[in-house]
Design a protein around this ligand. Structure first.
Ligand code: GRG
Length: 286
């Protein structure tokens, strides 16, 4: 299988679904729909929904049966990026090489566009309950899981720690925990959602969760390395490469990816795509 082609194909399916779901730009109030679409269609890699689809495929479920949950997660991810860039949080003028949402639409609309994407994300996830082959009970479980994984004990809590670090002498374990919450949580629940909707058993769910946690933390370590290489300002933040250097951080990311792939052993050759996705996380350039 050509992995590049696989990614491209899945990305097209996700983009089409998102385009069909989101209100058109012209629809009133037009400014908010424009702002939502601006960030949803500005070159995201679609890693999280691809993970949901790939997990479903691994467990023998057709991707059309879980596509709405996958896309709902992408909308929640986009919301978090818009809010992360706001002046009151990370104050980033650019995202994916383009002016960030608030730079184009102003802070108030960016804030509301983020809110709208969070709400729409859940609406799309609930829509997945209209699929005949998906149990209503598993949609409820997915909603509960996502709410937990993005809440104060996970993504939101991690973001709080990121803007408000406990102390200056942050140790490896603190960084690991912060990365687990801030970034790995959403990545991990993208996989768990695909697994739950596909009827994974406890052993499979546990293995996939370990995989998600490890690739999630590795993803943030790589993200910090890429940020440092592009923006010296990032040198001030407590991150893995700032504390341990780029070389050691790469070694750590590789170790995490190796661990992630180990937990997929129970799926044998069926895990090829998830193994490729794990490798992609440390080889990516953006
Ligand atoms: C969940 C209610 C609630 C609040 C969220 C703002 C916030 C609180 C959290 C932000 C967390 C955050 C931005 C973490 C960074 C994760 C990260 C490395 C994002 C970049 O992911 P990519 O590279 O993005 O997959 P694209 O879509 O550009 O490919």
């Amino acid at each position: 299988m050509n992995f590049e082609k696989y990614l491209h194909h899945k990305k097209n399916i996700i983009d089409k679904s998102l385009d069909e779901f989101l209100p058109p730009e012209e629809k009133s109030p037009s400014i908010i729909h424009k702002a939502m679409r601006y960030s949803v269609f500005s070159g995201g890699k679609r890693l999280r929904p691809i993970l949901t689809l790939a997990t479903a495929e691994l467990l023998g479920k057709e991707i059309e049966k879980v596509i709405n949950v996958a896309c709902g997660i992408e909308l929640i991810h986009t919301f978090s990026l818009i809010h992360d860039d706001l002046p009151c949080i990370d104050n980033d003028d650019f995202r994916r090489g383009k002016p960030s949402n608030h730079k184009v639409f102003g802070e108030a609309i960016a804030l509301l566009a983020g809110d709208a994407l969070l709400v729409s994300g859940f609406e799309l996830i609930v829509r997945n309950s209209e699929v005949k082959e998906i149990k209503k009970q598993s949609i409820l479980k997915v909603i509960k899981e996502i709410s937990y994984y993005i809440g104060t004990e996970n993504m939101l809590g991690g973001q709080v720690e990121d803007i408000n670090p406990k102390n200056k002498n942050i140790v490896k374990e603190d960084l690991y925990n912060m990365y687990m919450k801030k970034t790995a949580a959403l990545i991990c629940v993208s996989i768990r959602a695909g697994a739950i909707l596909s009827g994974a058993n406890q052993r499979q769910l546990k293995a996939l969760t370990r995989y998600g946690e490890n690739i999630g933390v590795a993803f943030q370590v790589m993200d910090d390395i890429l940020d440092i290489m592009q923006d010296q300002r990032e040198m001030k933040k407590p991150t893995y490469p700032n504390k341990y250097g780029i070389k050691e951080s790469k070694i750590e990311a590789e170790r995490l990816i190796k661990e992630a792939k180990k937990s997929l052993k129970i799926f044998k050759h069926k895990a090829e795509v998830l193994n490729n996705l794990a490798d992609y996380i440390i080889s990516r350039e953006k």
